[in-house]
Design a protein around this ligand. Sequence first.
Ligand code: UDP
Length: 241
Amino acid sequence: MAVLEKTQMLSDGKDKTIYNTTDPDIYLMEFKNSVTTNDGEKRDEITGKGHVNNEISSLLFERINGIDIKTHFIKKISDTEQLIKKLYIIPIEVVVRNYIAGSLVRRLGLDEGTPLYEPILEFYYKDDELGDPMINTDHIRILDIISQETEGEIKEIAFMVNETLNQIFSRIGITLVDVKLEFGLDIKGNIILADEITPDTCRLWDIETGKKLDKDIYRRNMGDMMLGYREVLSRLKSIRT
Ligand code: UDP
C-alpha cells in the first residue's frame, strides 16, 4: 500500500471521527475519549478510552475477518486510529441479545440477566431526531431502507457474528449479554460488518462474578468504567494466537 495520509474530516461523531484519506476507497477512523449516555444527560472525557476501544475493536474485527465474514476493518495504524473500507452505511442498528438487559428490562418487565434460550434480534432505525426507534420488517419495507433479501442476509450474518463473539468471550470468562452491530454496502453491493465492537456497544459480564465490564458502569455510576474496559482488553490479548 502506498503511503496513505488522512485528509478532510468526513464526520465527527460522539465516539469516533472519520476522515477521508489519499486513497478514495479507504477511510481513517479515530476513536475518541468521549463518553455519553444515549439521552445526552451525561458526557465525559475518559483518558485512554479511545486507545482501549480501538484495540478491542481491532482484535474482534480481526477474528471476524478470519472466519470469512466481510468487515470494513483493514488495520490498526496507531493507538487510536484504524483504516476501514469506504462503505454506504445502512441506517439500521442491529441488536442481538443472549440475556435480558437494558431496554428489554424496561420494555418487557423481565429480570436483568434472564437467559434467552435462543438469541433475539432487533432492528433500530438510525435517526437522532426520532431517537432511533425500534422497527420491524414491515417498517423496513415501508421506509425502503434495504431489500427483504438484504435484510435476511443481515440477520444471518448478525447471528453468525453473535455466535463467534459468544465463543471468543466464553473462552475468556465473559458473558456476551447483548451486542449492537452496524452494516454497510460496498460498491458491489456486498454486505459488510462496520462500525465498532467494544464495551460501548456490547454488554459484557464476568462469568464467575456477574461483574459488569461495559458501558453500564458509566450509565449507572458504578465506578471507573476503564477498569472494566481494560479487563476486557487484557483477557482478549491473553488468547491472541
Ligand atoms: N447500544 C448501542 N448504541 C445505541 C443503543 C444501544 O451500542 O445507540 C448497545 C448497548 O450498549 C447494548 C445493546 O446495544 O449493548 C442493547 O441496548 P439496549 O436496547 O438495551 O439499550 P440501552 O439500555 O443501552 O438504552
